[in-house]
Design a protein around this ligand. Structure first.
Ligand code: ATR
Length: 300
């Protein structure tokens, strides 16, 4: 029997390991605070699947050996997290088109002779929004131009978003990302700073997504870049920050009467998509959500 420990809370998933148990897991550095083990193990338990999800601490420089070892040991699938998401693309036999465009992989699937790479971060964000509305044809503003903004913007356009605007403190970085997006998609794609132009664009935007760390613990009191007076009632506001659950930006959105999506949703859906890639089964969202909330110390 093994007990899987998560964060400050103990999420106990008792599991009898046998010679037939399939192993999946996560490789990263750091990895000990990952909330993926409790989410996946709770779903395996719920679905009575003979799988176990294990965290592997793999340091920079050891990734190639670790992936070779994982394949040799018959591991079925892995999540890949910081700092390996880009470097891992060097060790794959196949990569999906979106993961290739994004330039980062967070999910590996091992078959007998093939290691395939996927990026489920953008899929997670799209599914989180699609709990509320279809993204088809929608005007979406993304704040930030880092790795998360890149994964989300490529996936949104791939899934049919009508208009994508990248708003970033450093405008040059936003425009570099939009140049790359434009090379691959025809839709309306533009870059802007965090200024009055953003205020104007928000008036008829459908969705606003924050991918910056503004408002993240321990900086909960940091002023959000968009306040309620800049929002309208039909706007959907998604903050990918999940600690705290209700960020300053989401509080502003509530004040404006807008709909909100907490950062936990993207985390849940990206994990569910990895689970589906490995097993062919989409796990129940409630099981992932309950395990994540418990792991974060909230009651769901
Ligand atoms: P990730 O890979 O998680 O997306 P990242 O690559 O470090 O993280 O990107 C963080 C993004 O948040 C950047 O776009 C950054 O803006 P700059 O390009 O101007 O650095 C943005 N960001 C970070 N702190 C910020 C702050 N205090 N105010 C506004 N934007 C901020």
């Amino acid at each position: 029997m093994i007990n899987i420990k998560c964060s400050l809370n103990y999420v106990l998933v008792k599991k009898l390991i046998t010679g037939k148990t399939a192993v999946v897991g996560i490789m990263g550095d750091p990895v000990e605070h990952s909330l993926s083990p409790p989410m996946h193990n709770a779903a395996f338990k719920h679905l009575k699947m003979d799988y176990v999800y294990v965290p592997f601490h793999v340091e920079h420089g050891d990734l190639g050996c670790a992936i070779d070892g994982a394949r040799s040991m018959g591991i079925k699938g892995l999540n890949i997290t910081i700092p390996h998401k880009t470097e891992v693309t060097n060790y794959l036999n196949e990569i999906t088109q979106t993961a290739q465009l994004i330039g980062a992989v967070n999910t590996l699937k091992f078959d007998k002779t093939t290691i395939s790479g996927y990026n489920t971060d953008g899929v997670g964000a799209v599914k989180a929004i699609e709990e509320i509305t279809s993204i088809n044809g929608k005007k979406i503003i993304i704040m930030g131009a880092g790795g998360a903004a890149r994964a989300i913007s490529f996936q949104l356009l791939f899934n049919g978003a009508g208009e994508v605007l990248i708003a970033n403190r450093t405008m040059k970085k936003a425009c570099k990302l939009t140049d790359e997006l434009r090379k691959n998609f025809n839709g309306s794609i533009s870059c802007l700073g965090l200024n009055t132009k953003l205020n104007e664009e928000l008036k008829d935007a459908d969705v606003l997504i924050n991918t910056t760390p503004v408002g993240m613990h321990p900086n909960e009191d940091q002023k959000p870049m968009v306040t309620s007076d800049m929002m309208h009632r039909d706007l959907i506001v998604n903050d990918i920050v999940y600690n705290p659950l209700k960020t300053g930006l989401l509080r502003e959105a509530e004040k404006a009467g807008a709909k909100t999506i907490p950062g936990t949703k993207m985390l849940i859906y990206q994990g569910m998509e990895s689970f589906r890639i490995w097993t062919g089964i989409t796990p129940p969202v409630e099981i992932f959500e309950k395990a994540l909330m418990t792991g974060l110390g909230y009651k769901s």
